[in-house]
Design a binder for this molecule. Structure first.
Ligand SMILES: [Mg+2]
Length: 228
């Protein structure tokens, strides 16, 4: 049994700025911070990590209460912003997911910095949520390596549910668009497909030495060859 773990933003889809706008509005409308600091990186990071950095940058107490206030406000605004922006599913994604779904030796999950509820909303918006039965999400962790560990643990649990023990698992493959995706994949011993449809150029991604570097996820065969 092989495991494929997909990043969302820049790998499966682009929200057309809806996610960023929801982040901005939440800080403006819930915390009175406008504009948010441009020094905080969003690329390949967990929502929890981005929020924590923005709390620090703007002198907001990083309490559980403030995280929950952010979380609730952010989810509501993602709902509002998704239909207002022109999001797109990236080339090759639907065909690849279709191919993977045909196989009975592959589990398809998510490995994303999104909190679970925004991951679900973004994918439901493009009718892709049903493809994923488990995942690791950005609710709890600042460190993407820990999200990867969560995703792998969820995959192991799913495999066990269909009678496949951990020792019998095959390739773990992570598909992502940033160096952080490559790093977290290595932390769980996974192979990596890096795709330059997000914010990182092929030149940048090459530095992370992915197993396969692609301009889009259209070369399905090349990707499937890694599952052996
Ligand atoms: Mg991404």
């Amino acid at each position: 049994m092989h495991i494929c773990l997909f990043d969302i933003d820049g790998t499966i889809l682009l929200t057309g700025g809806a996610g960023m706008q929801a982040f901005r509005r939440t800080f403006a409308e819930e915390f009175g911070v406008d504009p948010i600091s441009g020094d905080v990186s969003f690329s390949g990071r967990s929502d929890r990590a981005i929020a924590a950095d923005l709390f620090a940058a703007h002198g907001i107490d990083p309490s559980l209460e403030n995280w929950e206030r952010f979380y609730g406000g952010y989810i509501a605004r993602v709902d509002e912003e998704l239909p207002r922006h022109e999001g797109t599913v990236l080339p090759g994604v639907e065909a690849l997911l279709g191919e993977l779904a045909l196989r009975d030796d592959v589990l398809i999950g998510l490995l994303t910095g999104n909190v679970r509820e925004t991951a679900r909303r973004k994918l439901v918006h493009h009718d892709l949520w049903y493809r994923f039965t488990f995942g690791g999400y950005g609710d709890q962790h600042v460190d993407r390596n820990l999200i990867a560990a969560d995703a792998l643990a969820a995959a192991v649990e799913q495999a066990a549910a269909v009678g496949v023990q951990r020792e019998a698992l095959g390739t773990v493959l992570v598909l992502g668009d940033t160096l952080n995706d490559i790093r977290c994949a290595r932390s769980i011993g996974a192979k990596v497909v890096a795709v330059s449809t997000g914010q990182s150029s092929a030149e940048v991604l090459r530095q992370g030495k992915p197993d396969l570097l692609l301009e889009t996820l259209e070369p399905t065969e090349q990707i499937l060859q890694l599952l052996s």
